[in-house]
Design a protein around this ligand. Sequence first.
Ligand SMILES: [Zn+2]
Length: 293
Amino acid sequence: MNDLLTWQVAGAKITKIPEQQSTGIPATSLFPQWNRQTVSAFAEHLRPHDVDLQTETLTLSTHSWLVERDGKFIIIDTASGNGKNRPGNPKFHQMNSDWLKALTSTGVTPEQIDAVVLTHLHVDHVGWNTIYCEGEWIPTFPNARYYFSAQEYTFYQDPENVMRPSIGVLEDSVIPVVASGQAVLLDEHEVEVFPGLRIHRTPGHSVAHLAFSMSRGGETALFWGDIAHSPLQVCLPQWISGYCEFPDAAQQSRRDMLSFAAETGALVFTSHFPDRSVGKCVSINGQLCWQHA
Ligand SMILES: [Zn+2]
């Protein structure tokens, strides 16, 4: 698997570790506000996979980012994982993807991963935290520290706070890394995960969603998790996905991150945009839009 996409930015080598890309997703299933005419106005800024205006469907990707910087290996979000029981969520139920093969094809072994950094604790961001071994879920990365929000970990321990797609996620993908002693729970005072990786508090999609950025030499890489699910939302930040748990906060956080990305010229590593999944937020004739990189 030597066709993985890589970028060099802000002193880091960043590789996309793909899991799955789904086409033909009805736009109305992601965006309750869907309106073909509204989107048509931005058609020149959108590619066919971003949105298919004929069929009114979208293409979405799930994947992770492998970051190599200053001799350390970091994984940002761990997609959905293999063999996980997600009966309420057919796309992620009992998956059998080549994600781990893709990771090791880079020459990096699971033992070499120093840090796993999670934007939030939804089903499609934490799955490869663990693998099934001799009857139990164990950390995939035995020498890594796993960084995530303390508030989010507490919130999802109440089953009433868990949306249907993420039922079972805490049990098989998060609690095992806490039990192994590898979790580092981030509280609201911390500004960096470790030196050079800045935390942006971006609640809304989930209760304590985090984005992360790193800068060096005038360049910035931004990992914004589920701040936006589609390039459409760069043009239309007021559109809120049906999977955002706190819609008003989600919209505010999206506007904040779009401004940050535009002002810094950051290369944005998204969680669900199709194809290469990377780009910049640029202003064209006063309209902010997504430019694939
Ligand atoms: Zn997601």
